[in-house]
Ligand binder design. Structure first.
Ligand SMILES: [Fe+2]
Length: 170
């Protein structure tokens, strides 16, 4: 069982996937082709760009009830729409989440199911509480990558479909 790992090292694992594997962490990659439903336009270049990556703390069935991830959201835009994560609501309406900025300057957008969106700037060390029932996604309007830690309960569940109906703005 992995007991401790510095945030800086966890961020470095995006460039060292073999080391992540050895430690039991997994890295998910979201490309444009995984996210076309979440953007309004298409990339002019035709290149299947990497939008963001997620480094997942190893789960320990029966031992852990937390979902711990670090997200690396790259800079960029598609037809003027800045790179952002898919966003999601939690299946569990009582499931909150803590987001902590680690590097760069990004924004966390919070949405009600009625479509009201608010936005919080997230810089290094900034902690943002995502209240239960709120959809949430991150946006990178800078020209540098941003990193942030997310912690929620492991059984919170992710609803990626409802979030496409929110009137997000970039
Ligand atoms: Fe979440």
């Amino acid at each position: 069982m992995l007991e401790s790992l510095s945030l800086s090292r966890m961020c470095q694992l995006f460039e060292r996937p073999e080391e992540a594997l050895r430690l039991g962490l997994t890295i998910d990659t979201r490309r444009w082709s995984d996210m076309s439903a979440y953007f309004h336009g298409s990339p002019a270049t035709g290149i299947d760009q990497v939008i963001y990556q997620i480094c997942n703390w190893p789960s320990s069935p029966g031992m852990s009830d937390l979902l711990i991830t670090v997200t690396l959201l790259y800079p960029g835009a598609i037809n003027g729409e800045f790179f952002h994560t898919k966003g999601h609501f939690h299946d569990n309406p009582d499931g909150p989440e803590l987001v902590v900025g680690y590097g760069g300057e990004g924004y966390l957008q919070l949405a009600t199911r009625e479509g009201t969106v608010t936005e919080v700037r997230v810089t290094e060390g900034e902690q943002v509480f995502v209240p239960p029932g709120y959809g949430h996604r991150a946006v990178n309007r800078s020209d540098s990558p941003i990193y942030y830690l997310s912690v929620s309960t492991a059984d919170v569940g992710h609803d990626y479909d409802s979030v496409t109906r929110v009137g997000w703005r970039c």
